[in-house]
Design a protein around this ligand. Structure first.
Ligand code: DC
Length: 226
């Protein structure tokens, strides 16, 4: 079923902690529903990368605001551009994992990225993935999901993903980093990671990706018929 079938744009949100399988599940869900995929984490990663490269510290609010006003982020079908440069590859490193977690806790950063995220629903139906997409960015979403898994299951997936791409990986390091990011993301003052009101809670520790996608797609189709 597509937006054309229902006659109106709709938003599906998928929130959850690092490594819960959100990206692959959200991407495949969007594909099956024939709608767009919005990776909000990529936007936070891109901004963190450029701020760190510019040596602007997360606690220098004044410099941050000035820098943020000069950064232009563009979202393309499969890439993220910062001031015209494609950073899609550069943002997928463990260094940027940490940077994004730190900079995304800064109020000025979150505020500056909110409009860019919100306006995406004007361009068509979408599956938005992130940490606060169901609670803050798209509170009126048609269907909301909270995808999670145990830290060990998440670390195992990240480890296998890195290895399969021929990258170096250390399971314990990944596990510790996931636990630390969980703490950062759920204890920050602004838009902490939480289960949005009305969200369907899905623990994927013992589910295959296919099972998770099927569950979500079936649920969305059911909701669209109501
Ligand atoms: O999903 P991800 O690992 O690519 O996200 C990178 C970081 O950005 C992560 O530490 C949390 C943050 N983030 C956020 O605070 N809010 C979002 N909507 C998406 C990501």
């Amino acid at each position: 079923m597509t937006s054309e079938d229902t006659g109106a744009f709709y938003v599906v949100t998928i929130d959850g902690p690092a490594g819960a399988g959100k990206s692959s599940v959200a991407k495949r869900t969007a594909h099956e529903l024939g709608i767009k995929y919005l990776d909000t984490g990529a936007i936070y990663r891109a901004i963190a990368l450029i701020l760190a490269k510019s040596e602007i510290k997360p606690d220098s609010e004044e410099f941050l605001r000035e820098a943020l006003s000069e950064i232009k982020i563009e979202l393309k079908e499969n890439s993220v551009l910062v001031n015209g440069f494609d950073v899609s590859g550069e943002i997928r490193t463990s260094e940027v994992d940490e940077l994004a977690s730190v900079y995304s806790a800064v109020p000025a950063v979150r505020e500056s990225l909110l409009t860019l995220q919100k306006e995406q629903e004007n361009y068509g139906s979408l599956v938005a993935e992130g940490r606060d997409v169901g609670s803050v960015v798209f509170p009126d979403a048609k269907v909301k999901f909270f995808l999670t898994a145990s830290p060990e299951a998440r670390a195992r997936r990240r480890y296998l993903e890195r290895i399969s791409k021929g990258k170096e990986a250390d399971y314990n390091e990944i596990l510790n980093s996931i636990k630390q990011r969980d703490i950062n993301d759920s204890t920050r003052k602004l838009a902490p990671l939480s289960v949005p009101d009305g969200a369907v809670y899905l623990d994927t520790s013992d589910l295959t990706e296919d099972e998770a996608v099927k569950f979500i797609v079936d649920h969305v189709r059911g909701a669209l018929l109501k």
